[in-house]
Design a protein around this ligand. Structure first.
Ligand code: TYD
Ligand code: MG
Length: 455
Protein backbone atom coordinates (compact mmCIF):
# COMPACT_ATOMS: atom_id res chain seq x y z
CA UNK A 1 0.00 0.00 0.00
CA UNK A 2 1.25 3.46 -0.82
CA UNK A 3 2.50 5.46 2.12
CA UNK A 4 -0.16 8.01 3.03
CA UNK A 5 0.91 11.50 2.08
CA UNK A 6 1.61 14.05 4.76
CA UNK A 7 -1.30 16.41 5.15
CA UNK A 8 -1.10 20.02 6.28
CA UNK A 9 -4.31 21.78 7.14
CA UNK A 10 -4.64 25.55 7.42
CA UNK A 11 -6.02 26.27 10.89
CA UNK A 12 -7.67 29.44 9.66
CA UNK A 13 -9.49 28.35 6.50
CA UNK A 14 -9.27 24.55 6.53
CA UNK A 15 -7.55 24.21 3.16
CA UNK A 16 -5.28 21.17 2.72
CA UNK A 17 -1.81 20.95 1.16
CA UNK A 18 0.76 18.17 1.11
CA UNK A 19 3.76 20.39 1.64
CA UNK A 20 4.43 22.65 4.58
CA UNK A 21 4.48 26.35 3.78
CA UNK A 22 4.87 29.44 5.88
CA UNK A 23 1.81 31.05 4.36
CA UNK A 24 -1.50 29.45 3.39
CA UNK A 25 -1.89 29.71 -0.37
CA UNK A 26 -5.66 29.99 -0.05
CA UNK A 27 -6.33 32.55 2.64
CA UNK A 28 -2.91 34.18 2.90
CA UNK A 29 -2.60 33.72 6.69
CA UNK A 30 0.90 33.13 8.05
CA UNK A 31 1.96 30.20 10.26
CA UNK A 32 -1.42 28.50 10.18
CA UNK A 33 -0.48 25.18 8.52
CA UNK A 34 -0.36 22.21 10.90
CA UNK A 35 0.22 18.57 10.14
CA UNK A 36 -2.84 16.40 10.68
CA UNK A 37 -3.68 12.73 10.40
CA UNK A 38 -4.33 11.44 6.89
CA UNK A 39 -7.96 11.17 5.90
CA UNK A 40 -9.34 7.76 4.92
CA UNK A 41 -8.93 7.30 1.18
CA UNK A 42 -12.06 6.02 -0.47
CA UNK A 43 -11.75 3.74 -3.47
CA UNK A 44 -14.05 1.74 -5.70
CA UNK A 45 -13.95 -1.00 -3.10
CA UNK A 46 -15.90 1.24 -0.76
CA UNK A 47 -19.07 1.13 -2.81
CA UNK A 48 -21.82 2.78 -0.80
CA UNK A 49 -24.76 1.73 -2.94
CA UNK A 50 -25.49 -1.48 -1.08
CA UNK A 51 -25.22 -2.99 2.34
CA UNK A 52 -26.90 -0.10 4.19
CA UNK A 53 -30.22 -0.02 6.01
CA UNK A 54 -33.26 1.42 4.25
CA UNK A 55 -34.22 4.85 5.51
CA UNK A 56 -37.82 5.83 6.11
CA UNK A 57 -39.36 8.87 4.47
CA UNK A 58 -41.93 10.97 6.26
CA UNK A 59 -44.33 13.69 5.10
CA UNK A 60 -43.72 17.20 6.41
CA UNK A 61 -46.99 17.22 8.31
CA UNK A 62 -46.31 13.94 10.14
CA UNK A 63 -47.93 14.06 13.54
CA UNK A 64 -44.59 13.62 15.30
CA UNK A 65 -43.48 14.86 18.65
CA UNK A 66 -43.59 18.65 18.69
CA UNK A 67 -40.55 19.95 20.51
CA UNK A 68 -41.21 22.88 22.76
CA UNK A 69 -38.63 25.60 23.02
CA UNK A 70 -37.26 25.96 26.49
CA UNK A 71 -36.67 29.37 27.99
CA UNK A 72 -33.17 30.14 29.25
CA UNK A 73 -34.76 32.29 31.94
CA UNK A 74 -32.93 35.29 30.46
CA UNK A 75 -35.36 37.16 28.23
CA UNK A 76 -32.69 38.92 26.19
CA UNK A 77 -30.93 35.59 25.51
CA UNK A 78 -34.26 34.01 24.47
CA UNK A 79 -34.97 36.94 22.18
CA UNK A 80 -31.62 36.59 20.40
CA UNK A 81 -32.26 32.85 20.02
CA UNK A 82 -35.61 33.57 18.41
CA UNK A 83 -37.70 32.47 21.38
CA UNK A 84 -35.64 30.16 23.58
CA UNK A 85 -33.57 26.99 23.32
CA UNK A 86 -34.71 24.38 20.80
CA UNK A 87 -34.16 20.87 22.25
CA UNK A 88 -31.53 18.96 20.28
CA UNK A 89 -30.07 22.13 18.76
CA UNK A 90 -26.41 23.07 18.75
CA UNK A 91 -25.44 26.67 19.40
CA UNK A 92 -21.99 28.11 18.80
CA UNK A 93 -21.24 31.14 20.97
CA UNK A 94 -18.33 33.26 19.81
CA UNK A 95 -16.86 36.40 21.31
CA UNK A 96 -13.63 38.10 22.33
CA UNK A 97 -11.87 36.81 25.43
CA UNK A 98 -13.23 38.40 28.60
CA UNK A 99 -16.39 39.69 26.97
CA UNK A 100 -18.61 37.57 29.26
CA UNK A 101 -19.44 34.32 27.45
CA UNK A 102 -18.74 32.11 30.45
CA UNK A 103 -20.67 34.48 32.70
CA UNK A 104 -23.72 34.54 30.45
CA UNK A 105 -23.78 30.76 30.03
CA UNK A 106 -23.32 30.11 33.73
CA UNK A 107 -26.26 32.43 34.41
CA UNK A 108 -28.36 30.68 31.75
CA UNK A 109 -27.43 27.22 33.09
CA UNK A 110 -28.34 28.33 36.60
CA UNK A 111 -31.72 29.58 35.56
CA UNK A 112 -32.50 26.43 33.55
CA UNK A 113 -31.45 24.35 36.57
CA UNK A 114 -33.54 26.50 38.93
CA UNK A 115 -36.60 26.02 36.75
CA UNK A 116 -36.37 22.25 36.98
CA UNK A 117 -34.30 21.27 33.93
CA UNK A 118 -30.99 19.49 34.32
CA UNK A 119 -28.12 21.75 33.28
CA UNK A 120 -24.54 20.61 32.87
CA UNK A 121 -21.64 23.03 32.60
CA UNK A 122 -18.33 21.57 31.51
CA UNK A 123 -15.33 23.83 31.64
CA UNK A 124 -12.14 22.97 29.83
CA UNK A 125 -10.51 26.26 30.76
CA UNK A 126 -11.16 26.76 34.45
CA UNK A 127 -11.02 24.39 37.39
CA UNK A 128 -14.35 23.55 38.99
CA UNK A 129 -13.35 25.66 42.00
CA UNK A 130 -12.87 28.73 39.83
CA UNK A 131 -16.27 28.30 38.21
CA UNK A 132 -17.80 27.85 41.67
CA UNK A 133 -16.13 31.07 42.80
CA UNK A 134 -17.65 32.88 39.86
CA UNK A 135 -21.07 31.37 40.62
CA UNK A 136 -20.76 32.64 44.20
CA UNK A 137 -19.94 36.10 42.96
CA UNK A 138 -23.00 35.96 40.69
CA UNK A 139 -25.19 34.87 43.61
CA UNK A 140 -25.88 31.54 41.92
CA UNK A 141 -24.07 29.24 44.35
CA UNK A 142 -27.30 27.45 45.24
CA UNK A 143 -28.39 26.66 41.69
CA UNK A 144 -28.40 22.88 41.10
CA UNK A 145 -26.03 23.00 38.13
CA UNK A 146 -23.88 19.95 37.53
CA UNK A 147 -20.40 21.27 37.13
CA UNK A 148 -17.27 19.54 35.87
CA UNK A 149 -13.82 20.41 34.62
CA UNK A 150 -13.03 18.04 31.77
CA UNK A 151 -11.52 18.08 28.30
CA UNK A 152 -11.87 14.51 27.07
CA UNK A 153 -14.94 14.10 24.89
CA UNK A 154 -14.85 10.36 25.51
CA UNK A 155 -15.04 10.92 29.30
CA UNK A 156 -17.81 13.46 28.85
CA UNK A 157 -19.97 11.33 26.55
CA UNK A 158 -19.40 8.17 28.61
CA UNK A 159 -20.56 9.98 31.72
CA UNK A 160 -23.55 11.58 30.00
CA UNK A 161 -24.50 8.20 28.53
CA UNK A 162 -24.96 6.80 32.00
CA UNK A 163 -27.39 9.44 33.20
CA UNK A 164 -30.64 11.12 32.18
CA UNK A 165 -29.78 13.45 29.30
CA UNK A 166 -29.73 17.08 30.47
CA UNK A 167 -31.88 19.88 29.08
CA UNK A 168 -28.83 22.08 28.58
CA UNK A 169 -25.20 21.15 28.07
CA UNK A 170 -22.59 23.91 28.00
CA UNK A 171 -19.08 23.15 26.70
CA UNK A 172 -16.67 25.98 27.54
CA UNK A 173 -14.82 25.91 25.13
CA UNK A 174 -14.78 23.66 22.06
CA UNK A 175 -11.11 24.57 21.45
CA UNK A 176 -10.09 22.90 24.71
CA UNK A 177 -11.88 19.61 23.97
CA UNK A 178 -9.94 16.55 22.93
CA UNK A 179 -10.91 13.25 21.32
CA UNK A 180 -8.53 10.28 21.57
CA UNK A 181 -9.69 8.92 18.21
CA UNK A 182 -8.22 11.91 16.41
CA UNK A 183 -4.57 12.85 16.19
CA UNK A 184 -3.44 16.34 16.99
CA UNK A 185 -3.50 18.76 19.85
CA UNK A 186 -6.75 20.28 21.16
CA UNK A 187 -7.72 23.30 19.11
CA UNK A 188 -6.51 21.97 15.74
CA UNK A 189 -9.02 21.84 12.93
CA UNK A 190 -9.54 18.07 13.02
CA UNK A 191 -9.86 18.01 16.81
CA UNK A 192 -12.34 20.89 16.91
CA UNK A 193 -14.36 19.41 14.08
CA UNK A 194 -14.29 15.85 15.44
CA UNK A 195 -15.19 16.85 19.01
CA UNK A 196 -17.98 19.13 17.81
CA UNK A 197 -19.33 16.34 15.61
CA UNK A 198 -19.53 13.87 18.51
CA UNK A 199 -21.09 16.39 20.89
CA UNK A 200 -23.65 17.52 18.32
CA UNK A 201 -24.56 13.91 17.60
CA UNK A 202 -25.18 13.38 21.31
CA UNK A 203 -27.35 16.52 21.42
CA UNK A 204 -29.50 15.42 18.46
CA UNK A 205 -29.95 11.90 19.81
CA UNK A 206 -30.98 13.00 23.28
CA UNK A 207 -32.77 16.29 22.54
CA UNK A 208 -30.26 18.17 24.63
CA UNK A 209 -29.70 21.83 23.83
CA UNK A 210 -25.93 22.14 23.37
CA UNK A 211 -23.96 25.37 23.64
CA UNK A 212 -20.36 25.33 22.41
CA UNK A 213 -18.22 28.31 23.35
CA UNK A 214 -15.87 29.22 20.50
CA UNK A 215 -12.79 31.40 20.73
CA UNK A 216 -12.51 34.27 18.35
CA UNK A 217 -9.37 35.12 16.41
CA UNK A 218 -7.94 38.61 15.97
CA UNK A 219 -9.99 39.29 12.86
CA UNK A 220 -13.23 38.38 14.61
CA UNK A 221 -13.99 34.97 13.12
CA UNK A 222 -14.50 31.92 15.29
CA UNK A 223 -11.18 30.09 15.61
CA UNK A 224 -11.00 26.79 13.81
CA UNK A 225 -12.52 26.05 10.48
CA UNK A 226 -15.61 27.72 9.13
CA UNK A 227 -17.05 24.20 8.98
CA UNK A 228 -17.93 24.55 12.65
CA UNK A 229 -20.37 27.27 11.66
CA UNK A 230 -21.94 24.91 9.14
CA UNK A 231 -22.25 22.08 11.64
CA UNK A 232 -24.26 23.94 14.24
CA UNK A 233 -27.84 25.21 14.07
CA UNK A 234 -27.24 28.62 15.59
CA UNK A 235 -24.17 30.86 15.53
CA UNK A 236 -24.20 33.67 18.07
CA UNK A 237 -21.69 36.36 18.75
CA UNK A 238 -21.32 38.22 22.02
CA UNK A 239 -19.99 41.67 21.30
CA UNK A 240 -19.04 44.88 22.99
CA UNK A 241 -16.09 47.00 23.94
CA UNK A 242 -14.48 45.56 27.01
CA UNK A 243 -13.97 49.04 28.38
CA UNK A 244 -17.69 49.76 28.04
CA UNK A 245 -20.38 48.20 30.13
CA UNK A 246 -22.77 47.17 27.39
CA UNK A 247 -22.78 43.84 25.59
CA UNK A 248 -24.83 42.81 22.59
CA UNK A 249 -25.77 39.23 21.81
CA UNK A 250 -26.40 38.77 18.12
CA UNK A 251 -27.36 35.70 16.16
CA UNK A 252 -25.45 35.40 12.90
CA UNK A 253 -27.14 32.20 11.75
CA UNK A 254 -30.28 30.59 13.09
CA UNK A 255 -32.00 27.55 11.65
CA UNK A 256 -34.98 28.11 13.92
CA UNK A 257 -35.55 31.83 13.96
CA UNK A 258 -34.71 35.29 12.65
CA UNK A 259 -31.12 36.54 12.68
CA UNK A 260 -31.76 40.22 13.21
CA UNK A 261 -32.85 40.20 16.85
CA UNK A 262 -30.34 41.20 19.48
CA UNK A 263 -30.12 40.84 23.24
CA UNK A 264 -28.65 43.73 25.21
CA UNK A 265 -26.85 43.29 28.54
CA UNK A 266 -24.87 45.40 30.94
CA UNK A 267 -21.85 43.84 32.67
CA UNK A 268 -22.09 44.73 36.32
CA UNK A 269 -20.39 43.68 39.51
CA UNK A 270 -22.87 40.84 39.87
CA UNK A 271 -22.74 39.53 36.34
CA UNK A 272 -24.76 40.40 33.28
CA UNK A 273 -27.97 42.35 33.75
CA UNK A 274 -30.58 42.43 31.05
CA UNK A 275 -31.34 45.75 29.43
CA UNK A 276 -34.95 45.48 28.33
CA UNK A 277 -35.25 48.96 26.86
CA UNK A 278 -31.95 49.83 25.22
CA UNK A 279 -33.26 52.93 23.47
CA UNK A 280 -31.43 55.50 25.53
CA UNK A 281 -28.24 53.57 26.29
CA UNK A 282 -26.22 54.86 23.45
CA UNK A 283 -26.94 58.54 23.88
CA UNK A 284 -24.26 60.39 25.76
CA UNK A 285 -25.29 62.94 28.38
CA UNK A 286 -26.71 65.68 26.21
CA UNK A 287 -26.96 68.86 28.22
CA UNK A 288 -26.19 71.53 25.70
CA UNK A 289 -26.10 71.01 21.93
CA UNK A 290 -22.63 70.41 20.52
CA UNK A 291 -21.61 70.77 16.88
CA UNK A 292 -20.96 67.42 15.22
CA UNK A 293 -23.43 65.34 17.18
CA UNK A 294 -26.43 63.73 15.47
CA UNK A 295 -28.96 61.24 16.83
CA UNK A 296 -29.81 58.25 14.69
CA UNK A 297 -32.87 56.04 15.23
CA UNK A 298 -31.36 52.64 14.34
CA UNK A 299 -33.26 49.40 13.98
CA UNK A 300 -31.95 46.30 15.67
CA UNK A 301 -34.17 43.51 14.46
CA UNK A 302 -37.62 44.66 15.36
CA UNK A 303 -36.45 47.11 18.02
CA UNK A 304 -35.54 50.74 17.53
CA UNK A 305 -32.46 52.06 19.37
CA UNK A 306 -31.43 55.70 19.46
CA UNK A 307 -27.73 56.15 18.86
CA UNK A 308 -25.54 59.21 18.94
CA UNK A 309 -23.07 59.75 16.11
CA UNK A 310 -20.24 62.20 16.84
CA UNK A 311 -17.99 63.85 14.30
CA UNK A 312 -14.97 66.04 14.91
CA UNK A 313 -13.25 68.02 12.19
CA UNK A 314 -9.88 69.65 12.67
CA UNK A 315 -8.53 71.97 10.03
CA UNK A 316 -4.84 71.53 9.27
CA UNK A 317 -2.76 74.59 8.50
CA UNK A 318 0.11 72.83 6.76
CA UNK A 319 -0.05 70.38 3.89
CA UNK A 320 0.32 67.34 6.16
CA UNK A 321 -1.76 64.29 5.23
CA UNK A 322 -4.97 64.54 7.24
CA UNK A 323 -6.08 61.58 9.33
CA UNK A 324 -9.45 59.87 9.06
CA UNK A 325 -10.50 57.62 11.89
CA UNK A 326 -13.78 55.81 12.41
CA UNK A 327 -14.94 53.96 15.51
CA UNK A 328 -18.18 51.99 15.33
CA UNK A 329 -18.92 52.43 11.64
CA UNK A 330 -17.56 51.22 8.35
CA UNK A 331 -14.39 52.98 7.20
CA UNK A 332 -15.15 52.59 3.53
CA UNK A 333 -18.65 53.91 3.99
CA UNK A 334 -17.33 57.09 5.61
CA UNK A 335 -14.85 57.61 2.77
CA UNK A 336 -17.76 57.25 0.36
CA UNK A 337 -19.91 59.72 2.25
CA UNK A 338 -17.09 62.29 2.39
CA UNK A 339 -16.62 61.87 -1.37
CA UNK A 340 -20.34 62.39 -2.01
CA UNK A 341 -20.37 65.49 0.22
CA UNK A 342 -17.41 66.89 -1.73
CA UNK A 343 -18.65 65.97 -5.21
CA UNK A 344 -22.36 66.72 -4.84
CA UNK A 345 -22.45 69.45 -2.22
CA UNK A 346 -19.21 71.32 -2.90
CA UNK A 347 -17.90 70.88 0.64
CA UNK A 348 -14.17 70.58 1.15
CA UNK A 349 -12.70 68.12 3.64
CA UNK A 350 -9.35 67.76 1.90
CA UNK A 351 -7.31 69.74 4.42
CA UNK A 352 -9.27 68.51 7.45
CA UNK A 353 -8.77 65.65 9.82
CA UNK A 354 -12.06 63.77 10.21
CA UNK A 355 -12.94 61.66 13.24
CA UNK A 356 -16.17 59.75 13.62
CA UNK A 357 -17.33 57.97 16.75
CA UNK A 358 -20.47 56.07 17.67
CA UNK A 359 -21.27 56.62 21.35
CA UNK A 360 -21.39 53.82 23.90
CA UNK A 361 -19.16 51.35 22.05
CA UNK A 362 -22.00 50.51 19.69
CA UNK A 363 -21.31 49.25 16.17
CA UNK A 364 -23.63 50.62 13.48
CA UNK A 365 -24.66 48.28 10.68
CA UNK A 366 -28.00 49.80 9.65
CA UNK A 367 -27.61 51.42 6.17
CA UNK A 368 -29.99 54.19 7.22
CA UNK A 369 -27.14 55.65 9.32
CA UNK A 370 -25.76 57.51 6.28
CA UNK A 371 -27.90 60.60 6.77
CA UNK A 372 -27.09 60.88 10.49
CA UNK A 373 -23.38 60.58 9.77
CA UNK A 374 -23.67 63.17 7.00
CA UNK A 375 -25.54 65.51 9.35
CA UNK A 376 -22.86 65.07 12.03
CA UNK A 377 -20.07 65.76 9.50
CA UNK A 378 -21.73 68.86 8.04
CA UNK A 379 -22.56 70.17 11.50
CA UNK A 380 -18.94 69.67 12.60
CA UNK A 381 -17.59 71.32 9.45
CA UNK A 382 -19.90 74.31 9.82
CA UNK A 383 -19.39 74.36 13.60
CA UNK A 384 -23.15 74.61 14.04
CA UNK A 385 -24.97 72.34 16.50
CA UNK A 386 -27.95 70.45 15.10
CA UNK A 387 -31.40 71.04 16.63
CA UNK A 388 -31.34 69.23 19.97
CA UNK A 389 -34.64 67.39 19.51
CA UNK A 390 -33.97 66.10 15.97
CA UNK A 391 -33.16 62.63 14.62
CA UNK A 392 -31.74 61.82 11.19
CA UNK A 393 -32.01 58.69 9.08
CA UNK A 394 -31.80 57.64 5.42
CA UNK A 395 -29.48 55.94 3.00
CA UNK A 396 -27.31 58.15 0.77
CA UNK A 397 -26.58 57.11 -2.81
CA UNK A 398 -23.47 58.00 -4.81
CA UNK A 399 -25.59 60.46 -6.76
CA UNK A 400 -26.37 62.27 -3.51
CA UNK A 401 -30.01 61.15 -3.28
CA UNK A 402 -31.48 60.30 0.08
CA UNK A 403 -33.08 56.94 -0.36
CA UNK A 404 -36.05 55.44 1.48
CA UNK A 405 -35.36 52.96 4.26
CA UNK A 406 -37.42 50.36 6.06
CA UNK A 407 -39.32 50.80 9.35
CA UNK A 408 -39.74 54.56 9.03
CA UNK A 409 -42.78 54.79 11.24
CA UNK A 410 -41.25 52.66 14.03
CA UNK A 411 -38.18 54.91 14.05
CA UNK A 412 -40.33 58.03 14.20
CA UNK A 413 -42.50 56.66 16.99
CA UNK A 414 -39.54 55.67 19.15
CA UNK A 415 -37.82 59.01 18.61
CA UNK A 416 -40.99 60.92 19.50
CA UNK A 417 -41.49 58.77 22.60
CA UNK A 418 -38.05 59.79 23.86
CA UNK A 419 -38.55 63.47 23.21
CA UNK A 420 -37.04 63.77 19.74
CA UNK A 421 -40.02 65.37 18.08
CA UNK A 422 -38.41 66.40 14.79
CA UNK A 423 -37.17 63.88 12.26
CA UNK A 424 -35.27 64.35 9.03
CA UNK A 425 -35.36 61.49 6.55
CA UNK A 426 -35.96 60.49 2.93
CA UNK A 427 -38.50 62.52 0.92
CA UNK A 428 -40.56 59.40 0.40
CA UNK A 429 -41.10 57.44 3.53
CA UNK A 430 -43.54 54.58 3.28
CA UNK A 431 -45.59 54.39 6.43
CA UNK A 432 -44.70 57.80 7.87
CA UNK A 433 -47.70 59.92 8.70
CA UNK A 434 -47.34 63.43 7.28
CA UNK A 435 -46.95 64.94 10.70
CA UNK A 436 -45.65 68.49 10.66
CA UNK A 437 -42.49 67.45 12.52
CA UNK A 438 -41.28 65.11 9.77
CA UNK A 439 -39.08 66.77 7.16
CA UNK A 440 -38.38 64.80 4.01
CA UNK A 441 -35.11 65.60 2.23
CA UNK A 442 -34.68 64.50 -1.39
CA UNK A 443 -31.00 65.27 -1.92
CA UNK A 444 -27.90 65.66 0.19
CA UNK A 445 -27.51 69.35 -0.81
CA UNK A 446 -30.93 69.91 0.85
CA UNK A 447 -29.40 68.63 4.09
CA UNK A 448 -26.38 70.90 3.74
CA UNK A 449 -28.60 73.96 3.06
CA UNK A 450 -30.74 73.07 6.02
CA UNK A 451 -27.77 72.86 8.43
CA UNK A 452 -25.70 75.73 6.98
CA UNK A 453 -28.78 77.91 6.59
CA UNK A 454 -30.01 77.85 10.17
CA UNK A 455 -28.48 77.57 13.59
P1 TYD B 1 -16.00 35.91 31.24
O1 TYD B 1 -17.40 35.44 31.33
O2 TYD B 1 -14.95 35.11 31.94
O3 TYD B 1 -15.57 36.12 29.74
P2 TYD B 1 -15.30 35.06 28.59
O4 TYD B 1 -15.79 33.75 29.03
O5 TYD B 1 -16.05 35.62 27.40
O6 TYD B 1 -13.82 35.08 28.32
O7 TYD B 1 -16.01 37.42 31.75
C1 TYD B 1 -14.91 37.94 32.34
C2 TYD B 1 -15.02 39.43 32.51
O8 TYD B 1 -16.25 39.85 33.04
C3 TYD B 1 -13.96 39.86 33.43
O9 TYD B 1 -13.19 40.85 32.79
C4 TYD B 1 -14.66 40.42 34.62
C5 TYD B 1 -16.04 40.67 34.18
N1 TYD B 1 -17.06 40.36 35.20
C6 TYD B 1 -17.77 41.37 35.79
O10 TYD B 1 -17.57 42.56 35.50
N2 TYD B 1 -18.74 41.05 36.71
C7 TYD B 1 -18.99 39.79 37.07
O11 TYD B 1 -19.87 39.54 37.90
C8 TYD B 1 -18.24 38.74 36.45
C9 TYD B 1 -18.45 37.30 36.80
C10 TYD B 1 -17.30 39.06 35.50
MG1 MG C 1 -14.64 32.03 29.45
Amino acid sequence: MAKPKRRYVCQACGSVTHRWQGQCADCGEWNTLAEEAPETVFSAKHDLSSGGRAIRFEPLDAPGEVLQRRTTGIAEFDRALGGGLVPGSAILMGGDPGIGKSTLLLQAAASVANSGGAAIYISGEEAAGQVRLRAERLGLANAPIQLAAATSVRDILTTLGQMEPPALLVIDSIQTMHSDTIEGAPGTVSQVRGCAFELIRFAKQTNTALVLVGHVTKDGSIAGPRVLEHMVDVVMSFEGERSHQYRILRSLKNRFGPVDEIGVFAMEGQGLKEVGNPSLLFLSGRDSPVAGSAVFPAMEGTRPVLIEVQALIVRLASGATPRRAVVGWDNGRMAMLLAVLEARCGLNFSSCEVYLNVAGGYRLTDPAADLAVAAALVSALADKPLPAEAVWFGEVSLAGEIRPVAHGSIRLREAAKLGFGTAFGPAELPGASDGSRYRGLALLPNLVDRIMGEA
